[in-house]
Design a protein around this ligand. Sequence first.
Ligand code: ADP
Ligand code: MG
Length: 225
Amino acid sequence: MSLLKVCNVKKSYGGEDGVVEALTNINLEINEGEFLALMGPSGSGKSTLLSILGGLNTPTSGKLMIDGIDVYALPSERLADFRHEYVGFVFQQYQLIPYLTALENVMLPLAITSHPGKEQRDMAQRVLNKVGLGTKSLRLPNQLSGGEQNRVAVARAIVNRPVIIFADEPTGSLDSKTAKELLELFQALNQDGLTIIMVTHNQENLAWVTRAVYIRDGVLSEIPR
Ligand code: ADP
Ligand code: MG
């Protein structure tokens, strides 16, 4: 069954030097359990589409349905709750808070939940164990390698048990060994039932995904496999 459905999505950005048509007419249906790669040249609208799919960027027109919910028809406070419940984001720059430990970074999304503090710590620690950082949870980001920081960011994205993970070029700044470890982690999470949508430049990453689409000039096509 389709988990996420995009209908006739269009996005233009207005600026001083005119309007940029980032997405002209996007239609896409993603099923629960897919691990989808979103490919395309630089400037083709990948990040724009990812942020729209994740409920972070209102389209100029068109509709996003996730789990039967018309996401952009929600009032803004409900939209925030929706994102909290459904989506986790992993960015290329991991965006960890430098003065918080790995554990505290992972606990951040739990701060607004009703879980008691002790339980929040336990949940964060369990997720860090899962990504292989159980013994390093009290380190600050600058006491971790790039790959380890990346895994902290993944832990933070999944600690809320979201339904979908969105990742924008998550391997973009990693060496090939670390990139492979991250993709293995994503694959394991996907096999546990998490739906993952990943923007990537790298053809080699296609070996890990269950489906790939290509965006060019604002239009999507399937990459046959
Ligand atoms: P990609 O991630 O594939 O490189 P983007 O989605 O970042 O592409 O950008 C698609 C197009 O939209 C580009 O022409 C970019 O300059 C433009 N764009 C992206 N974000 C903004 C913004 N906030 N304001 C104006 N133009 C933007
Ligand atoms: Mg981008």
